[in-house]
Design a protein around this ligand. Structure first.
Ligand SMILES: [Zn+2]
Length: 420
């Protein structure tokens, strides 16, 4: 890996911490994205060694000693930390086109699930698929994400819904991650939905997750987190507590899908220190007040609202004004959010959730890193952090959220490796 200099940057969004705090960004802090004009970034060994005004970086004492320095002229364009897509369902076998047409004809998410579509139909395909096919598909998606400016991806299992299917999915994530220069954070989502064969005995499936999947994923280091779909028609609060207890016992972090379709109490889960609560469309006021005092990130997924054709979007303004740290992610999945493009998510956040472009960028970078407990390494352009950068073909950072439906990313740096 050659050392790298990104020179002639028009706007560098550093996302460095505005004060001394090291926690996730909240309230007004989200608007402070640390812009430096006429900037440069120097990277060596996969890390950022200097970032700031070009004249300072070019004077950096160790620069002359760097052999074979590769220089990229950014032509006065915008550079920011690579997006941290902190919620994706990377492993699935096929798009769900029948569900897509049913929804166009008026069926709801829950009606489709009851008719045998939805998550369960994806499970059949994943169980049949060879690992190799899952790896290839995941790798293609990771490359597509990188081409759009994403350098860190959380990747969930969750369409296997059996010990074998879930472990196979996590193995596919591990293999795809090894072949991609970016960073992948694997999550076990065995508790995505109750599979068909356990429908009459859901408690037994929760035991499968807690007593088989979680211990195996922990022992084989196949997952960093355990996720649960805590929702009407999926898993109850009691189920979720059992899943979180098992995860904690086996040394894994926890996160949950919550309040997407219906309101639910979140505070009983806070004792497990979840890294993130995701969706949050129907979160209640008491839980908002609790979350404002904690580091659990509210990860908002407007791609799902868009694709489901909903009028309502996650309540970003209410959360931000209450002081809850928010992140944005794609929710890349075949049923409700088939997009890998964080730029489009930023557009949705601005147009439908009234976030400012700066807030949206902070939510998609540094707060995404906090949602994965990786903020010491990811999410901002500061010396010592991983060399994850995205170069955009725009002159003003607000354009990233403004032009929608396309891709303005020119090149991305993944742990010091330039990819176009
Ligand atoms: Zn999801």
């Amino acid at each position: 890996m050659r050392p790298l200099l990104l020179a002639n940057i028009g706007q560098l969004l550093t996302l460095r911490a505005p004060g001394k705090g090291t926690g996730p960004r909240r309230a007004n802090e989200l608007n402070d994205i640390g812009i430096i004009e006429d900037a440069a970034v120097l990277c060596d060994g996969g890390k950022i060694v200097a970032a700031g005004k070009a004249r300072d970086v070019l004077r950096y004492p160790a620069r002359k000693k760097l052999k074979h320095l590769k220089e990229i002229d950014c032509e006065q364009k915008v550079v920011l930390p690579g997006f941290v897509d902190s919620h994706t369902h990377l492993i699935f076998a096929a798009p769900r086109l029948v569900d897509f047409e049913k929804r166009i004809a008026g069926a709801t998410y829950e009606e489709i699930a009851q008719a045998g579509g939805g998550i369960r139909s994806s499970a059949e395909a994943v169980r049949k698929a060879p690992v190799k096919a899952l790896v290839q598909q995941a790798l293609a998606a990771l490359r597509e994400m990188a081409a759009q400016g994403t350098s860190t991806v959380e990747a969930k299992s969750g369409y296997g819904l059996s010990v074998e299917g879930e472990i196979k999915s996590l193995e596919a994530i591990q293999q795809a991650a090894k072949a991609w220069p970016g960073t992948v954070v694997p999550t076990l989502l065995g508790a995505h939905v109750i599979p068909k064969e356990f429908q009459s005995k859901p408690q037994r499936y929760v035991r499968e997750v807690c007593e088989k999947m979680i211990p195996l994923a922990g022992k084989r280091r196949l997952a960093a987190f355990v996720d649960v779909f805590y929702e009407r028609g999926a898993f109850t609060l009691e189920d979720s507590e059992q899943v979180f207890e098992a995860a904690t016992k086996h040394g894994l972090g926890v996160r949950a899908h919550v309040c997407q379709l219906s309101s639910a109490e979140l505070w009983p889960l806070l004792r497990f220190h979840p890294a993130s609560f995701d969706h949050m469309d129907c979160v209640n006021g008491e839980d908002i007040a609790q979350l404002a005092r904690r580091d659990t990130v509210a990860t908002l997924l407007p791609g799902a609202n868009y694709f489901l054709g909903l009028e309502k979007f996650p309540p970003a303004r209410t959360l931000i004004e209450a002081g809850v740290p928010v992140a944005l992610a794609t929710d890349y999945n075949p049923g409700t959010s088939p997009t890998s493009n964080m730029q489009f998510i930023l557009s949705l956040a601005c147009t439908h959730m009234k976030m400012t472009p700066a807030e949206a960028i902070a939510a998609a970078t540094i707060n995404g890193a906090h949602a994965l407990r990786l903020a010491e390494r990811k999410g901002s352009v500061e010396p010592g952090k991983d060399a994850d950068l995205a170069i955009f073909d725009v002159e003003d950072y607000r354009e990233i959220a403004y032009w929608f439906g396309g891709n303005r990313c020119n090149a991305v740096v993944l742990n010091g490796i330039v990819t176009r």
